[in-house]
Design a protein around this ligand. Structure first.
Ligand code: NAP
Length: 542
C-alpha cells in the first residue's frame, strides 16, 4: 500500500497521512469546510477526484450550463469582504464564471495547499479501537482521521445510460454531467439528445444552433419558466451589496432560502383575474420564484393545476406546431420536479432543424451503429447526448465503500432508502458528517446558504467535542428513526411524492422510492441550533 506522502500532489505534500479531519470533495461545501476547520486549528485534508475545485461546476460543462439561482444569491456569505469584492456579470452565472468564482475562493483563502486533486475516495472504514476513519483512495493510498466529512454533492454521480445497444453506436456519446473540457462542436451533425430536464433545457437551444438537425427524445416534459437573464449592471450590484446583510437574513426566513418570497395567499382564494395577474407578474420576473406565487401550490392539486394551466398556455403561445406544443405540455405537478429555467427553449422547437420525439407515443427501441430507433423508426445520428440526470443525493455516498461500527456498510443500511439524523449523521457511523446529506433541506433550497449552515454546524460540533474532551459522536438509533419519520411525514403533506422525480430516486431503475430532502429551511435551522445548544440531543457523545 502506498502512503499519502508517496502520492501527494506538490501542493498537498505534508508527509503525513493522519489528520483531525478528512473532507471528501472540493466543491463549494468542501472548500468552506476546509476554511472553517483550518480556522479552528484542526489539521485537515481535502480529497478531490477532479483535477480542480468547483464540484458540480467542474464537471457540468455542457453547452449553456448556468445556475438557476441568481448569482448574487448563489454565492458565499461567510466573508463580507469576498461578498463585496466579487463581481457577477449576469443575473444567472454561467458555468465558467462559477468555476472562476470557486477558484478565486480557493486562492483568496489559500485553500489549495490542503487539497489533493485527482484522488477518488473508494472506501472509508471506522476503526472502533483506534476511534479513527481510514480512508482509501483509488490508487491504494491510505489516510486516517478522527472525523470524516463528506462534501460529495447531491448531483454529482451521472445516471449511467443503460440503453440497449449503446456500445454499438459508431459515433461519440456525451453525458451532460461529464462534458469534455475542450467542448464539442456539433456543426453539420445530426444529433440526438435523450432527456428533457434542466440540463437539456439549457443545452437544446445551443446545440440546435450548431447542428444540422437535432432530435429531442422526450419521456416526460418539464415545466419551464424563462430565466430573463441579463447582464448585471453596476448600479444593480451596488444596490444589492449595500443591502446584502438584510437580504441574506431575509432569505433565511424563506422555506427555500431564496430572496424571493412565497406570497401568503391561496391560489384558490383569489379571483381569476387576480390569479392570472399574479402568475403573469412572476412569469415576467422569471426564475424559480414562480412556485412562490401562492402558498398552496405544492400542497393542493387544484391550486397547482392553475399554475400548470398558466404555463401550458405560454407554451401554446410560443410553439407554432400544435402537436409539438401539446407534447411539450406537462401533465404533472408544477414544482414537483425541479422547475427548469430557460433561455429560448420553446422557441427552439419552431426551428426547421429541430424535431421533438414523444417517447410515450414512440418508445425508445435500441441504440444501433447508426443512431437509434423510436417507435420502430430509425433515426440516423452522428452524436448522442445523454441528458438523463444523476443518481441524486445518495449516489456519491453509496459508491464509496463506507463502513461504520462492526463493519456495517452504509450502502446496505440504505438499501431501502437513506436513513440519517438531520441529514448530517448516521447511526452506526460515528464521527462521520454528511454535508447536505439526504434528510436535510439541500436541493429544495439555495444550496450555498444551506451548505454554509451545515458546515458551520459541523465545525462548531467538532470544536465543541475538542473543548469538552469528547472523542466520539454518533446519532442514536431512536433519533434517526424519528427523523426519517419526520422527513416522510412532512413530504406526505405535500404534492412532491406524486411526481417521479429524482427527489424520490424515481429516475434510477431499482432505486427505492423515498422522498429524500427535508422540506423547510427555517424550521430545520432552528432545530439544528436547538440540538447543538442542548448539548447535542439525539447524539451519543463519549
Ligand atoms: P433530470 O432533471 O433528472 O432530467 C433527466 C431527463 O432524462 C428527464 O427528462 C428524464 O425523463 C430523462 N430520462 C432519464 N432516463 C431516461 C430514459 N431511460 N429514457 C428516456 N429518458 C430518460 O436531470 P438534469 O436535467 O441533469 O437535471 C438534474 C438536476 O440538476 C436539476 O433538477 C437541477 O436541480 C440540477 N441542474 C440545475 C441546473 C441549473 O442550475 N440550471 C442545470 C442542470 C441541472 P423522466 O422525467 O421521464 O425521468
Amino acid at each position: 500500500m502506498q502512503t499519502l506522502s508517496e502520492t501527494a500532489s506538490p501542493q498537498a505534500r505534508t508527509g503525513s497521512a493522519d489528520f483531525d479531519v478528512i473532507v471528501v470533495g472540493a466543491g463549494f461545501a468542501g472548500l468552506y469546510m476546509l476554511h472553517r476547520l483550518r480556522g479552528l486549528g484542526f489539521s485537515v485534508r481535502v480529497l478531490e477526484a477532479a483535477s480542480g475545485v468547483g464540484g458540480t461546476w467542474y464537471w457540468n460543462r455542457y453547452p449553456g450550463a448556468r445556475c438557476d439561482v441568481e448569482s448574487v444569491e448563489y454565492s458565499y456569505q461567510f466573508s463580507p469582504e469576498l461578498q463585496q469584492e466579487w463581481e457577477w456579470s449576469e443575473r444567472y452565472a454561467t458555468q465558467p464564471e462559477l468555476l472562476r468564482y470557486a477558484n478565486h475562493v480557493a486562492d483568496r483563502f489559500d485553500l489549495r495547499r490542503d487539497i489533493q486533486f485527482d484522488l477518488r475516495v473508494t472506501a472509508a472504514t471506522f476503526d472502533e479501537a483506534a476511534n479513527r476513519w481510514t480512508i482509501v483512495t483509488h490508487d491504494g493510498a491510505r489516510l486516517s482521521a478522527t472525523y470524516c466529512v463528506t462534501a460529495t454533492g447531491c448531483l454529482s454521480v451521472p445516471n449511467e445510460p443503460k440503453f440497449k445497444g449503446t456500445e454499438m453506436f459508431a459515433g461519440p456519446t456525451y453525458h451532460t454531467g461529464r462534458w469534455p473540457h475542450e467542448g464539442v462542436d456539433f456543426t453539420g451533425q445530426r444529433v440526438g439528445i435523450i432527456g428533457t430536464g434542466s440540463s437539456a433545457v439549457q443545452s437544446v437551444p445551443i446545440i440546435a444552433g450548431q447542428a444540422e438537425h437535432l432530435y429531442v427524445f422526450q419521456r416526460t416534459p418539464s415545466f419551464v419558466v424563462p430565466a430573463r437573464n441579463a447582464p448585471l449592471s453596476l448600479s444593480e450590484q451596488v444596490a444589492i451589496k449595500a443591502d446584502y446583510p438584510a437580504l441574506r437574513a431575509l432569505a433565511k426566513t424563506r422555506r427555500n432560502g431564496l430572496f424571493c418570497e412565497t406570497r401568503d395567499v391561496s391560489a384558490l382564494g383569489v379571483s381569476d383575474e387576480e390569479r392570472e395577474r399574479a402568475y403573469r407578474e412572476r412569469w415576467d420576473r422569471g426564475g424559480l420564484c414562480y412556485t412562490g406565487t401562492f402558498n398552496d401550490l405544492l400542497i393542493d392539486s387544484r391550486a397547482n393545476e392553475t399554475a400548470a394551466d398558466f404555463l401550458r398556455a405560454r407554451i401554446r403561445e410560443v410553439v407554432k406546431d400544435p402537436a409539438t406544443a401539446e407534447a411539450l405540455s406537462p401533465r404533472t405537478v408544477v414544482g414537483g420536479k425541479r422547475l427548469c429555467i430557460d433561455i429560448g427553449y420553446y422557441e427552439t422547437f419552431n426551428r426547421e432543424n429541430v424535431t421533438l420525439i414523444d417517447l410515450n407515443k414512440a418508445p425508445l427501441g435500441e441504440i444501433t451503429r447508426d443512431g437509434l430507433t423510436a417507435g420502430g423508426k430509425p433515426y440516423r445520428l452522428d452524436s448522442i447526448v445523454f441528458a438523463i440526470g444523476f443518481d441524486a443525493m445518495t449516489g456519491a455516498l453509496t459508491r464509496i465503500d463506507i463502513r461504520g461500527r462492526g463493519g456495517a456498510r452504509l450502502a446496505e443500511k440504505w438499501a431501502e432508502g437513506p436513513r440519517t439524523y438531520l441529514g448530517l449523521s448516521v447511526a452506526g457511523f460515528p464521527n462521520l458528517f454528511t454535508i447536505t446529506g439526504p434528510g436535510s433541506p439541500s436541493v429544495l433550497t439555495n444550496m450555498l446558504p444551506t451548505i454554509e449552515q451545515h458546515v458551520d454546524w459541523v465545525a462548531e460540533c467538532i470544536g465543541t467535542m475538542r473543548e469538552r474532551n469528547f472523542r466520539r459522536i454518533e446519532a442514536t438509533q431512536n433519533a434517526e428513526t424519528a427523523w426519517v419519520a419526520r422527513v416522510n411525514e412532512i413530504a406526505a403533506g405535500t404534492l412532491f411524492p406524486t411526481c417521479n422525480s429524482w427527489y424520490l430516486g424515481a429516475n434510477i431503475p431499482g432505486k427505492p422510492r423515498v422522498f429524500m430532502p427535508y422540506i423547510g429551511f427555517p424550521p430545520y435551522v432552528e432545530e439544528c441550533n436547538e440540538i447543538a445548544a442542548s448539548g447535542y440531543s439525539g447524539f451519543a457523545l463519549s
